[in-house]
Write a protein that binds this ligand. Structure first.
Ligand code: SF4
Length: 334
């Protein structure tokens, strides 16, 4: 089976948030030169409001491992890691190791390959692919400069395929001819029916909320991408397609104090940024201070956010400001 060709035909994009075309990434690792190659399933799900990878590890561990084995075969890797958030690791390590043994012995029929179930060290930023590599190498949990990208120079300098847990699940669906152009949505916040739902990829926000019986009766807005990162959809904008992202919808209503939402994000990032670069580290510190003032200077907060977006070292500092600016413009109307 030429799985890369099947993935290309299915038009599968990564489900970790960046939506990079999966077949293109697999081809890059396959064609990269290296004595060894690695495959990593990223299950370091730390964003509030995103819990679909947890759901997949619990409900579909065989599919996840099948997807990893297919990737190893396709790119020519002998070693793989299931990189799991600490609580997921503790809860599922035994079951996952049993499935790996059984699949490698019976299905792959190859005792030279190895899949390690790996416990991450509890840092939020470990979900970022180069931080994840540092963490497996037991270095500080902070991002590496890109390029080179992991596809060319990843774990211990070798070509490495890093994909999200859901991406491997969807690859297994493609291999089994079960892929229906669907994805998992994590829905939370002010809703009746919080949970994980598998639905078509190209829905509007309204359609996702209605199909899952989560359309609010009160005036609302939706944060997509995660409970701390991501764009805001006002009620009117929910007629638009949901951007790919990590498939998370956090529903808010106007009974919540918007300032408390901004304070929650800021404290979240203040505690979890890695501290490697000044714009992000200082930026969240200063915003946190400004949000505690009686008269909040939103113009100054916006200036700080622009600098963070322009000058931060990794995606956290570069893209978190987008969510803040969207929120200030649409919800605080400043
Ligand atoms: S942007 Fe933030 S998280 Fe990223 S390297 Fe800089 S301090 Fe660390």
């Amino acid at each position: 089976m030429d799985i890369i060709r099947k993935i290309t035909k299915a038009n599968l994009c990564g489900r970790g948030g960046a939506a990079f075309p999966t077949a293109k990434k697999w081809k890059m690792v396959k064609e990269a030169k290296g004595e060894k190659k690695y495959v990593i399933a990223n299950g370091s799900e730390g964003e509030p409001g995103v819990f679909k990878d947890t759901y997949i590890v619990e409900k579909y561990p065989e599919k996840l491992i099948k997807g990893v084995l297919l990737a190893m075969e396709a790119v020519g890797a002998q070693n793989a890691y299931l990189y799991l958030r600490a609580d997921l690791y503790e809860k599922h390590k035994k079951n996952l190791r049993e499935i790996i043994q059984e699949k490698i012995l019976r299905q792959a029929q190859n005792d030279t390959i190895k899949i390690t179930v790996f416990r991450e060290d509890g840092k939020y930023l470990n979900g970022e692919e180069t931080t994840l590599l540092n963490s497996i190498e037991r270095k500080r949990s902070e991002p590496r400069y890109k390029p080179p990208y992991p596809t060319e120079c990843g774990l211990w300098g070798c070509p490495t395929l890093v994909n999200n847990v859901e991406t491997f699940y969807q690859v297994a669906q493609i291999a089994d001819d079960n892929y229906k152009n669907q994805r998992f949505y994590s829905i939370s916040g002010k809703v009746q029916n919080e949970g994980v739902f598998e639905l078509e990829v190209d829905l509007t926000v309204d359609q996702v909320l209605k199909k899952t019986k989560n359309y609010p009766e009160r005036a609302f807005f939706v944060q997509t991408g995660g409970g701390a990162h991501g764009f805001i959809y006002t009620k009117d904008e929910c007629k638009n397609a949901l951007l790919q992202g990590a498939g998370a919808l956090v529903v808010h209503d106007y009974q919540e104090d918007p300032l408390e939402i901004l304070k929650f994000w800021t404290e979240f990032f203040l505690l979890r940024n890695c501290g490697q670069c000044i714009p992000c580290r200082e930026g969240f510190y200063r915003i946190n201070q400004l949000l505690k003032q009686d008269e909040i200077d939103y113009e100054l907060i916006k200036e700080i956010l622009y600098v963070m977006a322009d000058a931060s070292y990794c995606g956290l500092g570069q893209f978190a400001p987008e969510g803040y600016l969207d929120f200030i413009k649409k919800i605080l109307k400043r």
